[in-house]
Design a protein around this ligand. Sequence first.
Ligand SMILES: NC(=O)c1ccc[n+]([C@@H]2O[C@H](COP(=O)([O-])OP(=O)(O)OC[C@H]3O[C@@H](n4cnc5c(N)ncnc54)[C@H](OP(=O)(O)O)[C@@H]3O)[C@@H](O)[C@H]2O)c1
Length: 330
Amino acid sequence: MISRVLDSIIERTVIPSFSNLGYKLRRRLFNWPELNTYQLENKVVVLTGGTSGIGREAASIFAALGATLVIVGRNPEKTRLLVQELIKDSGNQSIHAVIGDLGEREDVQHIADNLASRFPVINVLIHNAGALFNSRKLASNGTDLSVELMVATPFLLTGKLLPQLNAASQNNEPARVLTMSSGGMYTEALTVDGIEMSDAEYQGAKQYARAKRAQVVLNEMWAERFPANEIIFHALHPGWVETPGIAEALPGFTGWLDKFGLLRTPHQGADTLVWLSADEIPGRSNGAFWHDRAIRRINMSRKTRDADTPQTRNALWQWCEEHTQWQFPT
Ligand SMILES: NC(=O)c1ccc[n+]([C@@H]2O[C@H](COP(=O)([O-])OP(=O)(O)OC[C@H]3O[C@@H](n4cnc5c(N)ncnc54)[C@H](OP(=O)(O)O)[C@@H]3O)[C@@H](O)[C@H]2O)c1
């Protein structure tokens, strides 16, 4: 009881919660099982963004836990070398690569087809790839790249892989779809008209937060479509983690956190992601937003709460369907 109260006090104070202080404190308060006590043998885990930062760390933990691990990477050489290294370090021979750029629609279609043909059962699908672009970048279909990469692509990949995810559920253990969002999403309200900021108003951190907010809402909407827990959907945020991605996107902020020793290590940043893949507790709920192995609220302000209406949610889902030309089977 006291632990829960302390945890919620930490959560309200953001810096302790997102920094490594939150990780260390909660780990101790709740006596977390070590990640190496889990086992994922016979589970197929598909991981995007496994070649760097949080995903890279998660990949090596998944490999060590015996998962059949599929790394989706855009750089063939980097991904091939990583697979080799993971096999060597873990002794797990079942590590695979699927190559493609998740910001390019044609590649995403190929990735989905490749995954579907090689892995008829997928137990855990992880949408971890993401980036914050300080200057606007566009995907080749003209969509803002952060929106394409973090909203449209995960939507399409999940949709196209529903048969493989359903196949896992038929073995009595629902598949899990996990989406790596960001605590940055607390700062931006759900918007569909403004999901892609105009060139004039563009600010990388805001654009990123809007995409991350959409991810969290879509996570809930997917879960509503699978109410019997046939497939389990969860989103999470990792806190502030020392990775190449954050160092490049937010050098000043990262430098400040680093100066005070507050950044999480990649291992600490990957902790809840791996735990959500392996522990039985996340299998008891659907559509939740997690941080440090606990469900967290998705709003911290009235601005974001008020904007999150059923109409806007429906418009977001419709935007995704139209934009990806994939429709939820009715
Ligand atoms: N670090 C943090 O503090 C923090 C905080 C909140 C949320 N997050 C989220 O955590 C996730 C991982 O971030 P990170 O900090 O670990 O960043 P990172 O070190 O930059 O790793 C990002 C990963 O995404 C991949 N990726 C990016 N664009 C891609 C594309 N177009 N196609 C395919 N793969 C692509 C990268 O591939 P390459 O190796 O080829 O570049 C890399 O594997 C992201 O979703 C991020 O938004 C991070």
